[in-house]
Design a protein around this ligand. Sequence first.
Ligand code: 1HA
Length: 270
Amino acid sequence: YPWETIKEYQEILFSYYDGIAKISINRPHKRNAFTPLTVTEMSEAMELARQDERVGVIILTGEGGEAFCSGGDQSVRGHGGYVGQDKVPRLNVLDLQMQIRRIPKPVVAMVAGYAIGGGHVLHVVCDLSIAAENARFGQTGPKVGSFDGGFGASYLARVVGQKKAREIWFLCDQYDAKEALDMGLVNKVVPLDELEEVTISWCRKMLEKSPLALRMLKASFNAELDGQAGIQQLAGDATLLYYLSDEAKEGKDAFLEKRKPDFSKFPKFP
Ligand code: 1HA
């Protein structure tokens, strides 16, 4: 596929093709483990994809076919977080997780190889996950001295159920693509050489649909789980729709024209 580079980065690739933005971790020598810089770059790319009107769907993936992402790069893990060039320890992947859930466009995890640790959580928070047959899933926190008790625990439990989520975290086993499909952790499993083709065809199906309907559904699925912040997002979308109406425009026009608003002509629906 003729992906065009949107912006050059050091640790990720960020490209565009036919309504789709692709953010790909480009550290295959480390099984696509992330550093604070990787996450900062992904976060910026996610924001650019959000603002880009051409983009309807985002694919999150990793280069090389052997790993989606193996979590935080343990070789830069310091006292209090993962240490970047600025010497400051960070856990900035948590902000990226929030961004993936907040962006009002579907985000699809395209998983080849390992999705492990913090890399597993990244696929979990995506709206959909498509796995290659070589995909392997799991958490390692209790083994390597870490845990993600946020979406990594509670949202995982919503996806696979409490018993399975506790098993995944407490035992730190790895699960193959078939097992992941059986527990509802991924949407589909395909041969590795068909992974991108199938992912793009799923993206195209979504791109043919009403973008506002997809946006409202994503916000609706999140609303209950995200509490007041989830309701804020859904309510913000309601405001967006209201701003498109003559009724809302009458209020603004009256203010600018320094007159009393006349809402009498607008229906009071039963
Ligand atoms: O829990 C959190 C957080 C919680 C709260 C808030 C923020 C958080 C942020 C992050 C995280 C975490 O991600 S903790 C979990 C960290 N990740 C892991 O424990 C996975 C470590 N990796 C592995 O278990 C394995 O490498 C693997 C199952 C993914 C692949 O195994 P394989 O195919 O046998 O390859 P392997 O030889 O192990 O790896 C290839 C190279 O990649 C090795 O380097 P080399 O010896 O060639 O120099 C290996 O060290 C490196 N590598 C792989 N994963 C990582 C890594 N280097 C650093 N960090 C890694 N995560």
